[in-house]
Design a protein around this ligand. Structure first.
Ligand SMILES: Cc1cc2nc3c(=O)[nH]c(=O)nc-3n(C[C@H](O)[C@H](O)[C@H](O)COP(=O)(O)OP(=O)(O)OC[C@H]3O[C@@H](n4cnc5c(N)ncnc54)[C@H](O)[C@@H]3O)c2cc1C
Length: 437
């Protein structure tokens, strides 16, 4: 009987286990998961609603949805297991899905539905899930993989007829497997168990890494000009500049926080900022607070507003356009007093205000840390992995899947899609591969 051991019971590990067990009903498939339950992170995804895939995630336009050192690798993977395959995978377990634009969610709008169905399928297939089992190291003795884990055992003491729970103990245990799938995630959101330990295991097999930085994360602004507008949400275009060169942009609802900026467009550009900062470069974000207007149109808009009533102040003039908390910040940046009368403000000054609104330059001091990031950019290099099987090119019988790899997606279901795709491909290949002898 083939033994397939999966390290990490997140999205990728669970998909791998289900697919392996479906493809080889004789195999003994087991998951070692260090948290008290597999799939905990899934419950937090999509604000508790689990945005499980995206209609665009089929590998055809991979450059606009994924990043990584070798983006062709991601394309090859997603062409084998794309959006439609994810839908079939979940439909086969009885999940009814719905869409918001291209984003796909469970119809129930509950991430727990997704996890419950995955759990049920693991049970149906007889996959053994060991929780509170943290893999410390893996050895390969050319016939078996030996997974050394710290396993938490709940103690029970018997006194006569009564038994009582005693303090749990951590014991070392060895699990043997013919093939293993490494699916430990990255370092983002370590509260859910992804603490970077998978990188060490991959490195112990000779795998090389690209630098790992937080991604889909908030940005901290140096001398934040909008600190007083904390809590405001405003439509804006954000452009990431590294040493003055634009590298990425996105438009949508930006959230102003006391320390910086957040929101989906900020998340989308954050990996570029994080990598720039990692390389000790100057990182800035240009904020366009009037993205729906060209500079000329914005100029006209302000002139029109100003011409409405010569008795009003500049503050009152902008109040019809922006959230009221933003107005004093914008005017301070433009060097114009809130109380300045429109009648006293010449056209040049108004153009100065427009320039500010269209391109506020925010110097980025840092990103928030891994604990606040949704994913990591960087990871295990993908040129050392076969995209058709997810098998390591270094060690036969070792497969790698999920966020551990040097591929990160934008917001919108792309990261879970990556986890389901790589997990399923690895599971199928591990079940079909010949026994290592
Ligand atoms: C708050 C939040 C919201 C998100 N929302 C979305 C969303 O809506 N859509 C989307 O596409 N993506 C979303 N993501 C990203 C997505 O959740 C991840 O990309 C995805 O879960 C990665 O799957 P994975 O299986 O590779 O890793 P993980 O889900 O991180 O799973 C890795 C598992 O391995 C276990 N593990 C680690 N090391 C060991 C070890 N040594 N021994 C045993 N077990 C170990 C961990 O405990 C963990 O359970 C979100 C992320 C966060 C944090």
């Amino acid at each position: 009987m083939t033994r397939i051991g999966i390290i990490g019971g997140g999205a990728a590990g669970i998909a791998a286990a289900i697919t392996a067990a479906r493809n080889d009903r004789e195999a003994y498939v087991f998951i070692l998961e260090q948290k008290e339950k597999a799939g905990k992170k899934l419950l937090a995804t999509g604000n508790g609603r689990c945005n499980l895939t995206n209609r665009q995630a089929d590998g055809s336009d991979v450059e606009s949805c994924y990043h990584g050192g070798n983006i062709r690798f991601a394309g090859e993977v997603l062409k084998q297991f794309g959006y439609a395959d994810t839908r079939s995978f979940f439909a086969s377990m009885g999940l009814v899905m719905k869409e918001r634009g291209d984003y796909v969610y469970p119809r129930s709008d509950q991430a727990s539905t997704v996890l419950d169905l995955l759990d049920l399928e693991l049970k149906r297939l007889g996959v053994e899930v060991f929780c509170q089992a943290r893999v410390q190291s893996v050895l390969w003795d050319r016939s078996d993989f030996c997974l050394e884990a710290k396993v938490c055992k709940q103690g029970c003491e018997k006194k006569g007829r009564q038994s009582r729970q005693i303090e749990s103990r951590e014991l070392s245990q060895i699990f043997k497997a013919d093939r293993i799938i490494l699916a430990c995630g990255g370092k983002a959101a370590p509260a859910f168990g992804s603490d970077g330990s998978g990188y060490e295991i991959a490195k112990s097999f000779g795998h090389r890494m690209t630098p790992v930085v937080p991604a889909l994360v908030q940005l901290k602004v140096k001398e934040h000009p909008f600190a007083k507008a904390s809590g405001v949400r405003t439509d804006a275009k954000v452009t990431a500049l590294i040493d003055g060169v634009p590298v990425a942009e996105d438009t949508g609802e930006v959230q102003i926080t006391a320390y910086g900026i957040s929101g989906i467009p900020v998340f989308q550009i954050s990996r570029h900022i994080a990598l720039g900062l990692y390389r000790k470069k100057r990182a800035e974000v240009l904020l366009d607070l009037l993205p729906e207007y060209t500079a000329e149109e914005a100029d006209e808009l302000l002139i029109r507003m100003a011409g409405r009533h010569t008795g009003i102040t500049m503050g009152e003039c902008l109040a019809g356009i922006f959230n009221q908390k933003l107005v004093p910040c914008i005017l301070t940046l433009a060097g114009v007093r809130m109380q300045a009368r429109i009648s006293e403000t010449d056209r040049r000054r108004i153009q100065g205000i427009v320039r500010q609104c269209k391109s506020v330059c925010l110097r980025i001091q840092d990103t928030n840390g891994f604990e606040n990031a949704q994913v990591c950019a960087g990871g295990v290099r993908t040129d050392e992995i076969d995209p058709r099987t997810m098998e390591s090119k270094r060690v036969k019988g070792l497969y790698l899947a999920g966020e551990l790899l040097d591929v990160d997606g934008i917001c919108g279901g792309y990261n879970l899609q990556w986890a389901w795709a790589t997990g399923s491909i690895a599971g199928r290949a591990a079940a079909k591969g010949r026994k290592v002898s």
